[in-house]
Structure formats: C-alpha cells, structure tokens
Design a protein around this ligand. Sequence first.
Ligand code: UFG
Length: 356
Amino acid sequence: MVHDGQSGARVVLLTGGAGFVGSHTAIELLERGDSVVVVDNCVNAVKGGDDKPVALQRVEELTGKTVKYHEASMLDCEALDNVFKQYKVDVVIHFAALKSVGESVDQPLRYYGNNITGTLNLLQAMSTAGVKRLVFSSSATVYGTPQYLPIDESHPTGQGITNPYGQTKFMCEQIMMDLARADPEWRVVLLRYFNPVGAHPSGRIGEDPRGIPNNLMPTIAQVAVERRPNLYVYGNDFETVDGTGVRDYVHVVDLARGHVAALSKLWSKESTGTLIYNLGTGQGISVLQMIEAFSRACGKKLAYKITSRRKGDVGTVVATCELAKKELGWVAERSLEDMCVDTWRWQSNNPNGFSI
Ligand code: UFG
C-alpha cells in the first residue's frame, strides 16, 4: 500500500524538537493527527519533573497528545540508530543545531562538529533505516550579504558568510543536495527561514534563549519584562527608512505551518530531488519600527540607546516568498502586531522563560 503522507497521519521525527521552531512545529503536526517523536540533547532546553523538556510538556498540555521524547545527541550514532529501530519513521525534520552566531566564531570546532557531523550522522542513520524524506531547517544566512533585494531562492549562496554558524547551514545544504543527486529516492526540502519571532498564542511556549539573547526580539521582550536593563540599537546609519537595520520577521506559528506544508509536498508527485523555499513575509521592518510595535503591544514605552553597528550586520535583508506560495500554498498570515502581542503574552506570563 502506498502511504499517503499528504492527507494521512505520519510518524514525524523532529531533531531539536524541544527548541523554539521545533516545539511550535510539533503542535501543528499533532493537531493535524501526526505522531511526533523528538530527539533533542537538551543543551538549550529546561527540563521538567520527568526529565522531559518543559516545552514538550506544554506541547502535550496544549494538544492533549503525547510526544515521544528521546534525549540524545546527534553525535551519538547508536542512539540515532535505536530511534529508527524503535519507530517506523516516515519523515524527518532536522532542526537540531547550535545557532549562536557570535559563539560560533569563538567555538568553531564545536559548531562544525555538532552541526555538520551531527547532520552526517543523522543522514547515515536515515539511510540505514531506509527513511529518505527530509525537511531541513536552513537560514537566510546562506545568502551571505544580499546581492539584490528581495532575496529569492536563486540568489547565490555560500558567498560572504562571515561566521561558522552560517557556514554550517550552507554546508549542510550542500551535503543534502549531493545526497539527493546521488540517490533519486531522497526527497529533501530546504526551508530558509528569515527572522523567526513571536510565540504560540496560548502564551505557554515561546523563545527562551540561554544567557544574554543575541537577537532583537527576545532582547526587546526581556527589557520589556525588566529582566534586562538595556536595549541597544546597533547602528542608525544604514541606508534604510530610519537608518536602523531592516529584517523580514516571520511569526513562528506561520513558520511551523510552513513545515507542515513542506511535508505534504514531500508526498506529492512533483517532489523529486531537493526543493528550496524561503520562509518570510516579504515585508521589511526596521529595529525602531519593531521597538515601536512592541511598545504598543506591552503598553509601555521602551527606552533604547543607539550604539555602533554590530560586526557583520547588513542594512536590509528581505525575502520574496512567492515560490512557497506557488508550490506549497503557504503564505505568512500573522502581522507584526501578532508577533509582538504573542511574544509579550509569552514573556509576561513566563518572565524567566521555561525556568521557574
Ligand atoms: N539588533 C539591535 N539590537 C539588538 C539585537 C539586534 O539593534 O540587541 C538589530 C540588528 O543589528 C539587526 C536586527 O536587529 O539589524 C535583527 O538582528 P537579529 O540578531 O535579531 O537577527 P539577524 O538578522 O542579525 O540574524 C538572523 C538570525 C541568524 C541568521 C541571520 C542571517 O538570528 O541566525 O539572521 O540570516 F544567521
């Protein structure tokens, strides 16, 4: 019997499923009736009473369904093989990766080891188990410094990437494309995220970075909840609407739904080899516009200081997502206001994230 993964229920393995995008994707999959198996090493997650990440406990609470959870590193080949022996996995969504840009510059071996070797181990385990459907959590970082705007999927990749984190995303894409070229049974979707923000509208799960956040949205949210004292705007001399950096922010629930759309695509007839999609809104928002929108959402004026540009930052990064619309039937539906209101609900209800 042909397994109809387009409409039927599937067994979906999420590596890094306890993370920000992974946990939101788990909700969307469970709600559509899929079974979810998570493998996560928990290095960036908070664990709850029964040793399960709190994020996954809350996914279960929100959906009323069970998430099968295995704490394991992508560097543990035996553990990976065992997961594939234990479940009849139909498809893998590979989120697991270290993702701090600055940290990757200081710890290149850890980043290459974890992200590249981890991915190779996963692909080998999938190959051994005969599981050849894969969605990969890639990033706009593969485009390097934009050569034109908005960025489409044909934009050159791998040029001018300034940090090991970005290199690992680019290299993983290359590995997957080579694999799909060598063996036509592989069906791969690379999803290039722009700037994921927001939180589940329940306020129960959201982004919970360890230590000092690197990214704008969690920084604004932590300043708004008075967990952090200062909000710095890195540069106001870019060629943008108000001089501050412009990015394409996309709500994490929209992003999660993009993964569900990508999975359906993997069972469609047109899906062969590697397919690549940008996931963003196509709309550019400046740092000051984001601060302003968040101030409205949280009902207080947020003080900020303008400081010098951050090394490696560019003025504008904005996607065109026409291809995802055309081929996946996916568009980002949530507004800037939704992104801010949902982030604020999560942060104000959980000032310390998943830690009590
Ligand atoms: N910014 C500030 N203050 C802060 C943090 C950020 O002004 O405290 C500015 C940045 O200079 C930039 C914008 O806010 O103009 C967004 O910065 P983020 O760090 O939130 O996001 P980036 O676009 O720099 O990085 C994102 C992802 C990376 C990815 C990169 C390139 O977080 O994983 O896009 O695709 F590598």
